[in-house]
Design a protein around this ligand. Structure first.
Ligand code: BG6
Length: 490
């Protein structure tokens, strides 16, 4: 197995899951700032104020506040991302540790609300721009190429309330203004941009993971939101190329692979339909520049009527992404039959795959699925690919020797890197791999710190206690060796 020379190795994070400092240097509130913590069993909540009273709604799926409600912070609730791991102040130390591992790339996101605090300002917030400039300069110092996600689950709260979570075209203009500010500001410092993190999660949340949302209004909302996001993404791609022809812009898809539980043709068809709705729909529009034929079926199923114009179709065509990037954690099983052995845990549900092992959070470890996904998607889109998230969320215990021996994480990652190597050998043009959470961070799904992904341990718990001190785990030294050998020494 041979990864190409210059292959990018690193890790991936998101602003709201690491930075903390949620209200400093002019930053505005984002939707994640009003999201409380959760647990394996309990969902996270969005907190709001309605008629002077505080209330809360489950943060997923289709996170949105009741009509008339405004996001608020409840002094009696805990918001893990308000401090997170305080990357805002620790970034130099953290990037140095990434450099020690030999990272050649670091995927991070920009908090929209640091740049445009409410979202509708004319001019960007200089302090926000300065922060990321310092971060990128720190990366450059070590030869680390940033991969920057423009929007990672952290819309400005003000815009989200005003435009009801992307139900208005004004959102497109707001996003493009924000993207333009970034493209102009970081010319020469950044090369790779990703427009929306896991853009397909809007649909995925409705039908997967045990949620069985069926009402037409929710689907109408989801497809319309996506249409406006596709336009925002396409406009950003075009603009990026105009500002700097060296910019490379990608989409970012939550890559969950579905398998049929039985050879019953009905299961096979149901599996294809599930993949189309939850994964392929978004990738097809962003990489091929037009809606796929099966869109009509998907819309008709839920009486969806899109606000879409001829001009929109032209924009989508002109704004195809340069690269296809995705996260990969697990596969799922689809069936039309009764399910006896079910998967439990956050975000995973449905039939259990007897051939796979499951994490404590119910996610199936399936490296072969990664190889399959890479080969099929590369064949479909024929553009360079990046695996921009992959990892094992696990509880880490500090051993008697004061160290963390996370061989389970090493094992998980080694299997997935080997699977990527096979796909590369089969001809897939894979150019980067960034593991999720190279340093422990706040879980997006549960708000827990105890669901750890890092090579670097951070002393902070689910209640926000701890010194924030950083410490390498065994996997830190292992990944260093992997990078030094360009993926040979696993
Ligand atoms: C992806 C997201 O869905 O998975 C990340 O892009 C997230 O933001 C990651 O953190 C892992 O999920 P979780 O729920 O374990 O944090």
């Amino acid at each position: 197995m041979s990864f190409p020379k210059g292959f990018l190795w690193g890790g991936a994070t998101a602003a709201n899951q690491i930075e903390g400092a949620y209200d400093v240097d002019g930053k505005g509130l984002s939707v994640t700032d009003i999201t409380t913590s959760g647990s394996l069993e309990a969902p996270r909540y969005l907190t709001y104020k309605l008629n002077g009273e505080l209330g809360k709604v489950p943060a997923m799926p289709g996170a949105g506040l009741p009509e008339g409600a405004e996001g608020a912070i409840d002094p009696n609730s805990y918001y893990p991302n308000h401090v997170a791991i305080d990357f805002y102040h620790y970034y130099k130390e953290d990037i140095k540790m990434f450099a020690d591992m030999g990272f050649t790339t670091f995927r991070l996101s920009i908090a929209w609300t640091r740049i445009f605090p409410k979202g509708d300002e004319e001019k960007p917030n200089q302090a926000g721009l300065d922060f990321y400039r310092k971060v990128f300069e720190e990366c450059k110092k070590y030869g680390i190429e940033p991969i920057v996600t423009i929007s990672h689950y952290e819309d400005p709260l003000y815009l989200s309330e005003k435009y009801n979570d992307w139900q208005d075209r004004t959102m497109i203009d707001m996003y493009v203004k924000y993207a333009k500010a970034l493209f102009e500001e970081y010319k020469g410092l950044v090369k790779y941009w990703l427009t929306f993190n896991e853009i397909n999660s809007t649909l995925l949340m409705l039908s997967a993971f045990g949620n069985n949302v069926t009402d037409d209004a929710t689907f109408q909302h989801a497809y319309q939101k996506l249409h406006y996001q596709f336009l925002a993404s396409a406009k950003a791609v075009k603009l990026a190329h105009e500002i700097d022809p060296n910019y490379v812009v990608g989409n970012m898809i939550c890559g969950i692979l579905d398998y049929p539980m039985t050879p019953d043709p009905k299961d096979v068809l149901a599996t294809r339909y599930a993949m189309e709705q939850t994964v392929l729909y978004c990738g097809d529009v962003q990489a091929k520049g037009e809606y796929p034929t099966y869109s009509k079926r998907l819309w008709d199923e839920h009486n969806v009527h899109l606000d879409i114009t001829e001009e929109d179709k032209k924009i989508l065509k002109e704004g195809k992404v340069d690269i296809y990037t995705f996260s990969y954690y697990m596969s799922n099983v689809i069936t039309t039959h009764e399910v006896k052995d079910k998967v439990g845990g956050n975000f995973a549900a449905g039939a259990k795959n007897p051939y796979l092992d499951y994490s404590e959070w119910g996610w199936a470890t399936d490296p072969t699925g990664l190889q399959y996904y890479l080969e099929v998607m590369y064949d479909r889109y024929q553009i360079p690919m990046m695996v921009v998230e992959n990892g094992l969320g696990a509880v880490d215990k500090i051993g008697e020797d004061g160290k963390i021996h996370d061989d389970y994480r090493i094992d998980y990652l080694a299997q997935h890197i080997a699977a990527m190597g096979k796909a590369v050998d089969d001809g897939v043009d894979l150019i980067a791999y960034t593991t999720w959470g190279p340093i422990d961070l706040v879980s997006a799904g549960t708000g827990q710190m105890s669901k750890r992904y890092g090579f670097i341990y951070v002393d902070r718990d689910d209640e926000g206690k701890g010194s924030l001190k950083r410490m390498p785990k065994d996997s830190f030294y292992w990944y260093k060796k992997v990078i030094a050998s360009n993926g040979e020494d696993l």
